[in-house]
Design a protein around this ligand. Structure first.
Ligand SMILES: *Cc1c(COP(=O)(O)O)cnc(C)c1O
Length: 375
C-alpha cells in the first residue's frame, strides 16, 4: 500500500452512534435513528459504513442520489433508504425498482411515483417534505395537507413519514429554528385534522439533535455527529464524539537545507535558518486543501510540524527543524483522532469551511483502511 491512506475507525462510529442514542433517549421515547451515508458517507466509504450501521441497529439510512441508493441495495442493504434529494423523472423508475423512499414535495412527483409503482404492482413508501424555512426542497406548509391526501388517495403510495429540514439548528440563536418548528407543527396538525396519519415524523439533523429536543419526534437524522464532529462551533459540546476518519501518510524524503532555501511552487516560503525539509506524498489531489499552504500543521511522532510552501497536487513539505528527530518513512497524521494531531475541524477553520467538506473531499485515490480498534 502507498503511504497515504485514511484510517476509518468503525469502533468510533459505533461509539458515536451510542452517544447519539444516549442523548436522544433523554426524550420520553427513544426516537429511531436515520444515518446519512450520502457522499460516500461523508468520505468514510458508504458501503462499509452502511453495513456497520446496520449491525449497530441503525433504523434507516439516507442518501442524496438514486445511484447511491442502488449501490447500497446491490451491496445487500435491506434497511429503509431515504432519498434526501429529488430524483430526476428518468430516475424515478429506479427509485421504485430498488424500494428507495423518496421525499416528495409536489403533486407531479406523487402522480409519477404512483404510476410507476402501479405498473410494477408495488407499493412505494414516500415521505412528505415540508419546507419550513430551509428554502431548498419541500412544499409550503399550507400545501401539506392536500399533498398528504394526494399520497394516501392514489393507491400505490404509502405515506411513510412527514419531514422538514433545519437551516440554522446548529446556531447560537434558537429563534429561527423555533419558527421552523412552529410551521412544521401547524402543518402536522392540519394533516392530522384532515384524518391522515403522518407516519414517521422527522426533522432533526445533528444541530437539531444537539440543540432542539422538541425536534426529535419519531426519528432523528444525524450525519456529521456520527462521524465525530459537531456541525458548528456554536453549540454546547456535551456528547463525547470521536472522529472516525484519520488521514495519514509518511515522510518519504528528508533533506537538510541552508537558510534562504525556497520551497514549493511560487516559492512562498524560504528557510529562515538552516533546517530540515520533509516531503509527504499527500496533496490537493487527495483532498488536502491548497488553502492549507503555509498554514496547517502535520503531526509526526506526537509533535506538530508546519506545512511550508504551497500544497502541491500530490505532495506537501514540512519544516522538521534544525535538529531533525523525524526519520525517513515515519508516519504523519494530516488530521484525525490522534490526540494532539489536527482535527478535520481545525483544518476546516484554516480553510474557511466546515469539517463536513474536509472529510468529504478526501479523494477516491486514498485507500480507506477499516479498523475496529487499535490506533
Ligand atoms: C445531510 C442531511 C442530514 C444530516 O445533516 P448533519 O448536519 O450532517 O447532521 C439530515 N437531513 C437532511 C435532509 C440532510 O440532507
Amino acid at each position: 500500500m502507498g503511504a497515504t491512506r485514511a484510517i476509518i475507525r468503525l469502533d468510533h462510529l459505533g461509539h458515536n452512534i451510542e452517544e447519539i442514542r444516549r442523548a436522544a433517549k433523554a426524550a420520553r421515547r427513544a426516537p429511531m435513528l436515520c444515518l446519512a451515508v450520502k457522499a460516500d458517507a461523508y468520505g468514510h466509504g458508504m458501503i462499509r459504513v452502511a453495513l456497520a450501521a446496520a449491525e449497530l441497529g441503525v433504523d434507516c439510512l439516507a442518501v442524496a442520489r438514486v445511484d447511491e441508493g442502488i449501490e447500497l441495495r446491490r451491496a445487500g442493504v435491506s434497511l429503509p433508504i431515504l432519498l434526501y434529494s429529488l430524483a430526476t423523472p428518468e430516475e424515478c423508475a429506479e427509485v421504485v425498482e430498488h424500494s428507495l423512499s423518496p421525499l416528495v414535495a409536489d403533486e407531479g412527483q406523487v402522480r409519477l411515483f404512483d404510476a410507476l409503482a402501479r405498473r410494477r404492482e408495488r407499493t412505494l413508501r414516500v415521505h412528505l417534505k415540508i419546507d419550513t424555512g430551509m428554502g431548498r426542497i419541500g412544499c409550503r406548509p399550507d400545501e401539506a395537507p392536500d399533498l398528504a391526501r394526494a399520497v394516501v388517495e392514489c393507491g400505490s403510495l404509502e405515506l411513510g413519514g412527514v419531514a422538514t429540514h433545519f437551516a440554522v439548528a446548529d446556531g447560537r440563536d434558537p429563534e429561527y429554528t423555533k419558527r421552523q418548528l412552529a410551521a412544521f407543527e401547524s402543518a402536522l396538525s392540519a394533516i392530522r385534522a384532515a384524518g391522515i396519519e403522518p407516519g414517521i415524523v422527522h426533522a432533526a439533523n445533528s444541530g437539531g439533535l444537539l440543540g432542539h429536543p422538541d425536534s426529535w419526534y419519531d426519528m432523528v437524522r444525524p450525519g456529521i455527529l456520527a462521524y465525530g464532529y459537531y456541525p458548528s462551533d456554536e453549540q454546547e459540546r456535551r456528547l463525547d464524539v470521536r472522529p472516525v476518519m484519520e488521514l495519514r501518510s509518511r515522510v518519504v524524503f528528508i533533506k537538510e537545507v541552508e537558510a534562504g532555501a525556497g520551497v514549493s511552487y511560487g516559492v512562498t516560503w524560504r528557510a529562515p535558518r538552516r533546517t530540515h525539509i520533509g516531503t509527504i506524498p499527500v496533496g490537493y489531489g487527495d483532498g488536502y486543501n491548497r488553502l492549507l499552504s503555509n498554514r496547517a500543521d502535520v503531526a509526526i511522532n506526537g509533535v506538530r510540524y508546519p506545512v511550508v510552501g504551497r500544497v502541491c497536487m500530490d505532495q506537501i513539505m514540512v519544516d522538521l527543524g534544525p535538529e531533525c528527530s523525524v526519520s525517513r518513512f515515519d508516519e504523519a497524521t494530516l488530521f484525525g483522532y490522534t490526540p494532539g494531531a489536527p482535527t478535520a475541524e481545525e483544518l476546516a477553520n484554516l480553510c474557511g469551511t466546515i469539517a463536513y467538506e474536509i472529510t468529504c473531499n478526501v479523494g477516491t485515490r486514498v485507500p480507506r483502511v477499516y479498523r475496529d480498534g487499535g490506533q
